[in-house]
Design a protein around this ligand. Sequence first.
Ligand SMILES: Nc1ncnc2c1ncn2[C@@H]1O[C@H](COP(=O)(O)OP(=O)(O)OP(=O)(O)O)[C@@H](O)[C@H]1O
Ligand SMILES: [Mg+2]
Length: 329
Amino acid sequence: MTLCPDINVKSGPRGVGKTVLLAYLASHSRESGWVAANVTSRPGMLEDIIERATDAADELVSSAPSVRITSVNVPVLFGATWEYRDPESGNWRTRMNRLLDRLQERGIGLLITIDEIDPSLDELIDFASTYQHFVRENRRVALFMAGLPASVSALLSDKSASFLRRAAQHQLGRIDDADVRAAFLETVEDAGKAIDEGALAEAVRATDGFAYMMQFVGFRMWAEARGRSRIEPEDARRGAARAREDFISGVVRKTCQELSEGDLAFLGAMLPDGEGPSSVADAASRMGKTANYARVYRSRLMEQGVITTAARGLVRFDMSLLREFLLEE
Ligand SMILES: Nc1ncnc2c1ncn2[C@@H]1O[C@H](COP(=O)(O)OP(=O)(O)OP(=O)(O)O)[C@@H](O)[C@H]1O
Ligand SMILES: [Mg+2]
């Protein structure tokens, strides 16, 4: 992977794999001589960036002898110095500049990852406006941020964070069935078991392209086949049913709790269409509302990653388990 002074924003619904992806990118940045500061967007985030960056730099420097024998016999670790860690010694930008200078002396770049973007957090807005100075000063910095689609679009439309609009945006979505199948097969075989063709097909069907669901299905199916060397279709069926309960309590309920009554009413008006797409106009008339009114909810739900457009004027549920859950409620 090559890293450049770049800004990337990942968005996607709950459990799609945003956090896992940020961690993966951070772990690979090391190979290219970068250190990563992984933080979550919450109060204290700015100080956390300095702490995480100094820890990561110390780890890199102490594990690479060629880097440390450059100046003195006893290397001064980043974390041992207070010039950038002590808030008394300057504001955040000043302290970051000192740290970035030190990193640059050793040819080390800094990757910052910010998870769970919260557009109402002032520190995040302050961060964005300071970060643009690092970029203008040609410092070796890169930024990856991740959040729910609605949070990302709210952050990008904040006028104090207009700089971030230049970020490359990536929408994380479903994983291809072929990839899910390959991942199950490889994981099972690496662990020394075999899996029946029908069981594999059932596991792929139950996963329905969702990263989080894949973990549940694999875990439950494996547990069902405990003590046997081969996973049978019955194990996959039972595992899938338990995974479905896990996914509903872990992801679907959480998603519903974040929706407004209007959002839920719109989803309710889509239910009569079953698995097929719903027309926004039909949903509006079922709600007894105008098409314009329904379009507001359509946009909101798309930003929350709950529905996607199927064709012009048509929408469908992004998670079929969410649809089934609403039907049952
Ligand atoms: N590429 C992947 N392959 C297999 N499993 C994955 C992948 N990405 C994520 N997962 C699984 O899905 C689960 C959820 O991923 P993650 O926590 O990254 O989602 P998220 O998008 O950050 O969710 P949230 O919005 O709730 O923070 C993880 O525990 C992981 O096991
Ligand atoms: Mg996450």
